[in-house]
Design a protein around this ligand. Sequence first.
Ligand SMILES: NC(=O)c1ccc[n+]([C@@H]2O[C@H](COP(=O)([O-])OP(=O)(O)OC[C@H]3O[C@@H](n4cnc5c(N)ncnc54)[C@H](OP(=O)(O)O)[C@@H]3O)[C@@H](O)[C@H]2O)c1
Length: 309
Amino acid sequence: MFSKKKQTSTIDKDQLELIENAQKRIKQKKRLYIHFVVFLIGAIFLIIANTVLGIGKDFTIAGINWFVYAILAWLFLFLYHFINVFITNKFMGKDWEKQQLDKLVTKQEQRIDKLKNNFLKEETKIAQTQAYNEAKAISTSDKKKATELTIIVAAGERNAIGKDNDLIWHLSDDLKRFKKLTNGHHIIMGRKTFESFPKPLPNRTHIVITRQSDYQVPEGVIVVNSFADALDAAHKDDNPFIIGGGEIYKQAMALADKLEITRVHATFEDADTFFPEIDSSKWKEVNRTTHDADDKHAHAFSFITYEKK
Ligand SMILES: NC(=O)c1ccc[n+]([C@@H]2O[C@H](COP(=O)([O-])OP(=O)(O)OC[C@H]3O[C@@H](n4cnc5c(N)ncnc54)[C@H](OP(=O)(O)O)[C@@H]3O)[C@@H](O)[C@H]2O)c1
């Protein structure tokens, strides 16, 4: 209560920089002006020294008195000084440097975006290959491959499926269909998707994939440490479902026999999780029903079934 109020500067860093820059420019221009005056006086002095006082009167180059060359040389120096102040410093000053830097940063950002896209594509391929190899090893050694492995997902027009570890929409008829299709089956999911549920879904066997060795789950939920172990844990089910999220879908695409897609007819720019592209050379659409937007559904959507070719 009684402490002295601390003095704080009201001028922020940017303002200080601007003031310093302006002071620097004033000094540069002042020096140029002094140079100009000295040059004028000097030139007059050189002329008087030669013509009136007779200093070096006999010294000429190509018939021209030496003071002309001296004045020209000085004029050249003065012009150099002038260019420095009004051209070089103006164009290569702080603003110019900032503009160049901004341009460079934009270019680098574009390159990073391009690399990121390529990386995502590569990552999907690698994940699919790894999962495929692991599962193939199991199916050939143990003959335990499930009868039909189905991926079930709701995805926007650009394959958006989630944001901040949650869904982006609420479509009650889609949830009903999900419940109907997966009822009584094993549902395989990544740890993050599992954590997005308030509690395990009734009447389904949850298989949660995580790399953590001591991941704790409620009773009845199965924890595995690889995608192949998840398939192994579901081997008694003739139709286990892969229910997400993005990381698990990528790994499952090469192994799944069927896709149950709810295509939500809208784009969701701020999504952070995506479903992989559906390669039409590998998948054929076998069924489609459409659902308009209504009071309970903010977006129109279609249930589309694909089978592997
Ligand atoms: N629209 C839909 O239909 C739908 C469906 C499901 C989910 N989603 C959305 O998708 C988002 C979650 O997806 P996500 O990609 O972030 O996470 P995710 O796929 O649900 O889970 C990723 C986690 O799974 C584990 N994991 C992945 N591959 C593994 C492997 N080969 N071996 C062992 N563990 C592995 C890792 O867990 P650890 O980090 O513990 O090791 C990893 O962090 C959420 O926004 C959710 O709402 C949408």
